[in-house]
Design a protein around this ligand. Structure first.
Ligand code: SAH
Ligand code: MG
Length: 221
């Protein structure tokens, strides 16, 4: 995959320059992540814009994110919300959550974003038990081995017509039939879920191709 990488990066540069230019807030968010020692495994600017467009398309007022890191994707998503909208973001690592809270505060988004610290599987179970209101969009982007569990627990939390998104779902492992990965299991489980209408969209990254699995929850009517 490395041979074509500089070329793919140029395509992404074209897209980002036209449609996903970072402002000072987003650039500073990444800088603050680096200063805090967080890994640079956030979505790209162009994928952030894709999340933003999808949230607008579904008229999202309530969004759930699983995997906050430093709040970079959260910023792209929360900026698509109306003033009274809400993004709930789940994060295991308390330090990541601290950096994200600082960044979202600086972005002027603190009132709209709530970060819940803990293992996402546990937090989701708690949300289900406590009757959390439904979400318009759910973005799964945490530990890949948890994806299938997050799918199962997200379904009852997603409104009909809502969007379920799974990140990093086109790893190199898809090219090797014998190779397994958490996101390959996720894609297979999504494909079998009759309540979902789905497609896997390739996404360009600095280090090659990856993907975002996009699903719409069917309406029962
Ligand atoms: N969505 C972010 C990137 C998330 S990286 C962005 O694009 O900006 C994945 C994050 O998931 C990391 O911060 C990691 O600490 C967190 N994570 C890992 N395992 C988790 C778990 N079991 N529950 C919740 N978060 C988890
Ligand atoms: Mg990701």
């Amino acid at each position: 995959m490395s041979e074509g990488t500089p070329m793919l990066h140029r395509y992404d540069g074209y897209i980002s320059a036209l449609f996903a230019r970072e402002d000072a807030v987003l650039t500073e968010t990444r800088a603050e992540m680096e200063r805090g020692g967080l890994p640079g495994i956030n979505v790209s600017a162009s994928e952030g814009k894709l999340l933003h467009v999808l949230a607008l398309a579904v008229g999202a007022r309530r969004v759930l994110e699983i995997g906050t890191l430093g709040g970079y994707s959260a910023t792209w998503i929360a900026r698509a919300l109306p003033a009274e909208g809400k993004l709930v973001s789940l994060e295991l690592d308390a330090h990541h959550a601290d950096v994200a809270r600082r960044n979202l505060e600086a972005a002027g988004l603190a009132a709209q974003v709530e970060i819940r610290v803990g293992a996402a599987g546990d937090t989701l179970s708690q949300m289900l038990a406590e009757g959390e209101p439904p979400f318009d969009m759910i973005f799964i982007d945490a530990d890949k081995d948890g994806y299938v569990e997050y799918l199962r627990k997200s379904m009852p939390l997603l409104r009909e017509g809502g969007l379920l998104l799974g990140d990093n779902t086109l790893p190199d492992a898809v090219l090797d039939e014998a190779a397994t990965s958490g996101t390959k299991r996720y894609n297979a489980a999504v494909a079998e879920t009759v309540e979902l209408v789905s497609i896997l969209v390739p996404v360009l990254r600095i280090n090659g191709v990856d993907g975002l699995t996009i699903s719409v929850k069917r309406t029962s009517a």
